[in-house]
Design a protein around this ligand. Structure first.
Ligand code: C5P
Length: 237
């Protein structure tokens, strides 16, 4: 997937999503999550592809390896650009997810990138210890999952900006670090606890940023997108 900011289309109907995108010029990177996909299904993906957009289908698969492999084989036929699983499903599940994607990718097409969620950004240290019974720190758990993800042959992880640099150190520059929770300095936090600017993400080593409400709820979404894109690309220099 190219390095433009990825806009999270957190809408509950194709009508809203298409209307939102209609004011933008050119081809965008968009993220379709559970809400939109469960409502509108593969037809929504086909529509976005017809519009020329690149798609991160964020369904976070987590099941027994064989089921995830079969699901990935089917999802590969949608010809999206990026998909994801939960690293907590284990190494075999991740390897088989990759096999499923390879199997389902039409001949002559490039396999979609596949990344893993390590620990959700909604998980805190207390939940890690009391509910998952993990005695290590959140950061150690995230790094461990990122390493397992890399060993399983996946392309990268979803991570918070606070984890990107440690993951870059252990998994390298090429390994995708896809970072949500992006805000402009004067923006609202909404329900995100740990947010960062596009520049922070770049400095920390994120390879991609996912931006939802800072664009979708802005008074002028195109201006907000262009500002975020400029800050993100400008921080490459
Ligand atoms: O509106 P906002 O920019 O906070 O949206 C962030 C998007 O990234 C949402 O679609 C959310 O589900 C997703 N996401 C996240 N944190 C994660 C994984 C995904 O915010 N750890």
């Amino acid at each position: 997937m190219n390095r433009l900011p990825i806009i999270a289309l957190d809408f509950n109907s194709s009508h809203q999503a298409v209307e939102f995108l209609s004011v933008f010029e050119g081809h965008m990177n968009v993220k379709v999550g559970m809400e939109l996909y469960y409502k509108e299904g593969p037809a929504m993906i086909a529509r976005l592809k017809d519009m020329g957009h690149s798609i991160f289908l964020d369904l976070k698969l987590h099941d027994i390896p064989n089921t995830v492999k079969s699901a990935m084989t089917v999802l590969a036929s949608l010809e999206v650009d990026m998909l994801n699983v939960h690293a907590a499903g284990g190494s075999t599940m991740m390897t088989m997810a990759l096999e499923g994607l390879d199997k389902g990718t039409p001949v002559g097409m490039t396999r979609p990138s596949i990344i893993a969620v390590t620990q959700l950004t909604s998980t805190d240290q207390q939940q890690l210890q009391k509910q998952q019974l993990i005695e290590r720190t959140l950061e150690q758990s995230v790094l461990h999952y990122a390493t397992l993800t890399k060993q399983a042959g996946l392309d990268g992880v979803v991570c918070s900006v606070h984890e990107s640099s440690a993951i870059r150190d252990s998994c390298g520059d090429q390994f995708f670090k896809v970072t949500p929770g992006i805000r402009l300095l004067d923006g609202q936090l909404h329900d995100q606890k740990r947010v960062a600017t596009p520049q922070d993400a770049k400095v920390a080593g994120s390879t991609h940023i996912v931006v939802g409400r800072a664009i979708t709820e802005a008074p002028d979404p195109v201006a907000a997108y262009l500002q975020i894109k400029e800050l993100w690309e400008g921080s490459n220099e």
